[in-house]
Each structure stands twice: as structure tokens, then as C-alpha cells.
Write a protein that binds this ligand. Structure first.
Ligand SMILES: C=CC1=C(C)/C(=C/C2=NC(=C3\c4[nH]c(Cc5[nH]c(C=O)c(C)c5CC)c(C)c4C(=O)[C@@H]3C(=O)OC)/[C@@H](CCC(=O)O)[C@@H]2C)NC1=O
Length: 276
């Protein structure tokens, strides 16, 4: 057990109520729907909860692998929160929930990230990243992105005046997402305290739950035929993405936030989960 006890991950501390409630609801929706297919979290306690030397950065990581591939098309689910006190007196909060499928299906994965760097600024990433080339497979585009009307939800969100497109500095990250990916920055006025929380509660929460619902119904619990050769291609593509996103997302951030020793321990544990 860590100083907060093993349940700490699911309490998503340090967040505003709407942000915490959304993450708690998404994690419990995934675990309730897929729970029977998931093994318990097997991360060591000092990876399930870790912090930097000075105690200015606290974080939690929660991963659950799918039962043996014969029983489940879930590779693993990953949930995470990171809270860093900033020298400016503010705080950086990064929360994420991602779900990776294994090559028994070629359906898209699920990803949501909320990155709050000040009381008036939030980055939201919400997508079903494709696992096949959309040009080569037009029916994939139709099935997972047109028929599900994901673009409608993107357009609803982009109508909010404070919502602007978020352009990742990483071209690789931009190449991973679907055409309907929600990658936005929400910038509110300091004269409107609570506006970010209101946008999370009124708009981000319902849309994120709809997108997760689509992923659970059409992707995680859908049936897709994947041939032998296709399975090998999926395995290679999935593996490359998992390794590269660790490098882009946290490869440089973690040593800076947590110091080399903690970063090596946590990154090592993540690489183990990502590459089995
Ligand atoms: C598949 C599609 C993907 C997309 C679209 C995507 C997007 C982005 N994530 C970023 C980041 C990010 N994510 C996490 C969660 C996390 N990621 C992993 C990966 O293995 C693990 C294991 C964990 C749990 C520990 C942390 C901690 C963290 C950052 O610090 C970083 C960030 O907030 O910088 C501002 C941004 C980097 C690029 C940029 O600055 O624009 C960008 C927004 N990341 C994808 O994978």
C-alpha cells in the first residue's frame, strides 16, 4: 500500500468536481463493462502511486491487461493522473484514460486526455485513433467515423466560443489521430471563474461519455474478421505506436517532473505493459 492506499487512483484527487466526476465515471464505465475480461492491476505499489523528491509532483498509474487473447480483444486499459505544483503557485493536472485493443480485432482504440495548466486553460484530447490506413480501407472510415457521427460531436464542441483547435507540436501525434479527433484548447477569461468547470460539466462530460459508449459498443465489444497476415501487420503497427507515444508524451516530461530515478522506474513499468 502507498501512503494514500490502493484506492487512491480512482479518487482522482486535486481536480475540480466536474473534471474528477468525469474521469471517475469513465473509469467505472470501462471497468463495469469490460471488468470480466480484465486482469487486476499488477503494477507495483510504487508505480501505482509515485511522486518526486520534493513532493511537488504526485501521480498515479492504473493498468489492467485483457485476459489471455483467446478470451478477450482488449490488450490493456490505462488510467493515469498527474498533479504538479507549479512555481507560479498554480498547478498542472494531466488525466488520461486509454484503451488498446489487440490484433483479434482491427477496430480503433480509445483515448481521452485532459491537461489543465491553469484555472482558465484546458487541453482536451478525445479520439478513437484508427488502427488501419483510412485511404486503403474506405469501409473502415465509413464504419467507425461516418456511421458513428463522431464529427457531429466535434462540431458541437467547437461551437463554444472559448474552444479553439489544439495543434500538437508533435507531427507524429498529429498523424495518429482520426479525422474526427477532438483536439481542443479551452481558454476562458479570468473574469469568468468556474467557466472551465462549467464547460467540462455541460459539454465535455456528455460528449466524452457518448464517444466512450460508441467505442465500447462498436469497437471493444464488436466482432471483426482479421486474417493471419493482417494480424501481423496490426501487431507491428500497434507496437510501433505504443513505443513512440511513450517517447513523445512522457519521454522528456517525466524525467523533468519526477527526476531520473522515479522516471526510469515508471517508464520501465509502462514499457513492460505496452510491449507484452
Ligand atoms: C494516440 C494519440 C495520442 C495523442 C493525440 C496524444 C496527445 C498528447 N499527449 C500529450 C501529453 C501527455 N499524455 C500523457 C498521458 C500518458 N501518455 C502516455 C503515452 O504512452 C502514457 C503512458 C500516459 C500516462 C502516464 C501525459 C502524462 C502527457 C504529457 O505530459 C503530454 C502533455 O500533456 O504535454 C502538454 C501531449 C504531447 C504532445 C504535445 O505536447 O502536443 C499531447 C496533447 N498522446 C497520444 O498518445
Amino acid at each position: 500500500n502507498n501512503e494514500f492506499g490502493l484506492t487512491k487512483f480512482k479518487e482522482f484527487p486535486y481536480l475540480s468536481a466536474p473534471h474528477r466526476n468525469l474521469m471517475v465515471d469513465l473509469v467505472s464505465t470501462v471497468e463495469n463493462r469490460l471488468g470480466s475480461q480484465l486482469l487486476p492491476c499488477s503494477l507495483p505499489p510504487d508505480v501505482q502511486y509515485y511522486q518526486n523528491q520534493s513532493g511537488s509532483a504526485h501521480a498515479s498509474l492504473h493498468t489492467r491487461s485483457g485476459n489471455k487473447p483467446s478470451h478477450s480483444q482488449i490488450d490493456f486499459i490505462l488510467g493515469s493522473w498527474i498533479h504538479c505544483k507549479l512555481p507560479t503557485g498554480g498547478a498542472l493536472n494531466i488525466t488520461s484514460l486509454s484503451a488498446f485493443l489487440n490484433p483479434l480485432t482491427d477496430a480503433p482504440n480509445f483515448l481521452i486526455e485532459l491537461i489543465q495548466s491553469s484555472p482558465t486553460s484546458l487541453i482536451l484530447i478525445l479520439d478513437l485513433p484508427p488502427r488501419k490506413d483510412l485511404v486503403l480501407c474506405p469501409d473502415y472510415l465509413h464504419t467507425f467515423y461516418e456511421e458513428t457521427q463522431l464529427d457531429m460531436r466535434k462540431q458541437i464542441l467547437e461551437k463554444i466560443p472559448e474552444v479553439k483547435p489544439y495543434i500538437s507540436s508533435s507531427l507524429y501525434i498529429r498523424s495518429l489521430v482520426s479525422p474526427t479527433a477532438i483536439m481542443v484548447r479551452i481558454e476562458t477569461e479570468a473574469s469568468q471563474p468556474g467557466r472551465v468547470e462549467e464547460i467540462i460539466k455541460e459539454h465535455v462530460d456528455p460528449i466524452a461519455k457518448e464517444v466512450l459508449g460508441i467505442w465500447l459498443d462498436q469497437c471493444a465489444c464488436g466482432k471483426r474478421e482479421v486474417g493471419e497476415t493482417e494480424r501481423a501487420i496490426l501487431e507491428k503497427r500497434d507496437g510501433l505506436i505504443k513505443i513512440k507515444t511513450i517517447e513523445v508524451d512522457i519521454g522528456s516530461n517525466f524525467p523533468r517532473l519526477f527526476g531520473p530515478e522515479v522516471a526510469d522506474r515508471v517508464l520501465g513499468a509502462i514499457r513492460d505493459v505496452f510491449t507484452v
